[in-house]
Design a protein around this ligand. Structure first.
Ligand SMILES: Cc1cc2nc3c(=O)[nH]c(=O)nc-3n(C[C@H](O)[C@H](O)[C@H](O)COP(=O)(O)OP(=O)(O)OC[C@H]3O[C@@H](n4cnc5c(N)ncnc54)[C@H](O)[C@@H]3O)c2cc1C
Length: 404
């Protein structure tokens, strides 16, 4: 049974994050974006507010809130800037929830607990220079040597590359088995042979940190293998079910920011003796934003309800991610149009929204990959089986305790 009513708890989290964004991000974001500066202290503040482990059970150091609370947090953060929503997406969506789903108890205690408390930051290294949509084209290798794996290779376009303490890294343990030869590892920044480098000259998310990871004979203890050897591809795809959910939710916030700025400007700017909001063609752009906002929000919450119930949601999350990101990109384009020439300058935030809204159409499955996925489900070429170890359904059981 789907229920999209925001509870009192949802509403109070929403207000808390909105106030935080209005006070601690919006006044500074233009400068951070212009300088290409990632403001690390925002993550510390998010941790203080309990937002680095939103739907991680309290038993593992999280806030124990439901999956739709994570969506609300992402919506509000991206209303400020995509950079900080992206940080939560990789830290919680791609990394922490994957540890919750696949980690051993020892891995959860060592890595998930400090991440959920926001004491450590997690990130996700899947993409390589020659392997984006085509994950199996990856070249990073992991060779077993006694009680360690030796990792060699390179990842690129990794969010929080210079910031994160722990990375989920995917590498071939047996290339001959293709998808079934990929394994997942927890790699610490401090492991000798690991290094990172930020990418300069990005179109958008300039207030974010994105770049390359290098592995030069990095010795990773066997205990840091996540799941079994050969389960890496499955683990990566399950991680993306959660990451994509947060990206979709963030896109909802991006649309809302476009609506807020555009409505304000429609009342301020006059042409031909009236507010531009009185012109029907401008109204059409505003109306499309609202339709995109409402449809995306419904798709996100509907996927969130499936997550709360512990049900597989790959198909629904893919649809939400595809549609919400496309709507956000269109809304940002229209927001610039509504602002006329002023929209073309950083005097107004809408040019940043347009630049930022492009990456989510590319990452965590491009628009084309999601289009193909949706067609394949309908045509019967793709089918989701229930997962053997799904995420815990919400409310979480309180049986384990944090050891710290
Ligand atoms: C800002 C940013 C942050 C990112 N953060 C991360 C991160 O934290 N971790 C991480 O692992 N990765 C990250 N990425 C990488 C991202 O996930 C990849 O860029 C994405 O998966 C696409 O891969 P690609 O860039 O290699 O494009 P390609 O896969 O080379 O695709 C190129 C074009 O071909 C199309 N195409 C490819 N295959 C098909 C097909 N079968 N059918 C139809 N069209 C197809 C694509 O849609 C696209 O238009 C990030 C990217 C960006 C821009």
């Amino acid at each position: 049974m789907l229920n999209f009513n925001l509870s009192d708890e949802h509403q109070s989290v929403q207000k808390m994050v909105k106030d935080f964004v209005d006070k601690e991000i919006n006044p500074y974001i233009r400068e951070w974006d212009e300088k290409g500066h990632f403001e690390n202290s925002i993550l510390t503040r998010l941790a203080d507010l309990g937002l680095m482990g939103v739907c991680i059970p309290e038993a593992y150091g999280g806030s124990g809130m439901d999956y739709n609370t994570l969506a609300i947090v992402c919506e509000e953060l991206e209303r400020g800037d995509t950079a900080f929503r992206t940080a939560v997406s990789v830290h919680t969506g791609l990394n922490s929830l994957t540890l919750l789903q696949w980690g051993t108890e020892a891995q959860k205690q060592k890595y998930l607990v400090p991440q959920a408390k926001g004491e450590k930051v997690g990130a996700f290294g899947l993409t390589e220079p020659n392997a984006g949509s085509d994950v199996a084209a990856m070249q990073t290798s992991a060779v077993l040597d006694g009680d360690h794996y030796i990792l060699n290779g390179q990842k690129t376009w990794i969010s929080l590359c210079d910031v994160a303490d722990h990375f989920l890294v995917f590498a071939y343990t047996d290339k001959s088995k293709k998808h079934h030869g990929i394994s997942a590892f927890i790699v610490e920044r401090t492991m000798p042979g690991f290094s990172s480098r930020a990418i300069k000259g990005k179109l958008g998310i300039r207030a974010g940190n994105t770049g390359e990871l290098f592995f030069d004979n990095v010795r990773v203890p066997k205990d840091n293998l996540l799941g079994q050897e050969g389960e890496g591809f499955k683990i990566a795809m399950s991680a993306l079910d959660n990451g994509r959910f947060t990206v979709a939710a963030g896109a909802v916030g991006q649309i809302r920011a476009c609506i807020e700025e555009s409505v304000k400007y429609c009342h301020e700017r006059k042409t031909f003796g009236k507010e531009i909001g009185k012109h029907q063609l401008v109204q059409q752009m505003i109306a499309k934003m609202e339709a995109g906002y409402q449809m995306s929000r419904l798709l996100v919450f509907s996927a969130g309800c499936l997550k709360n119930e512990g049900k597989r949601n790959t198909r629904e999350t893919s649809l939400a991610k595809w549609q919400a990101c496309d709507f956000a990109n269109e809304a940002a384009n229209d927001a610039v149009q509504i602002h006329g020439a002023y929209g073309f300058s950083n005097e107004y935030p809408v040019e940043r929204f347009l630049r930022n809204s492009k990456a989510p159409v590319i990452y965590e499955g491009t628009r084309e990959i999601h289009t193909v996925m949706q067609a394949e489900y309908l045509l019967g070429y793709r089918e989701d089986k229930p997962l053997s170890n799904p995420l815990p359904s919400w409310p979480f059981e309180q049986k384990e305790t944090v050891q710290s």
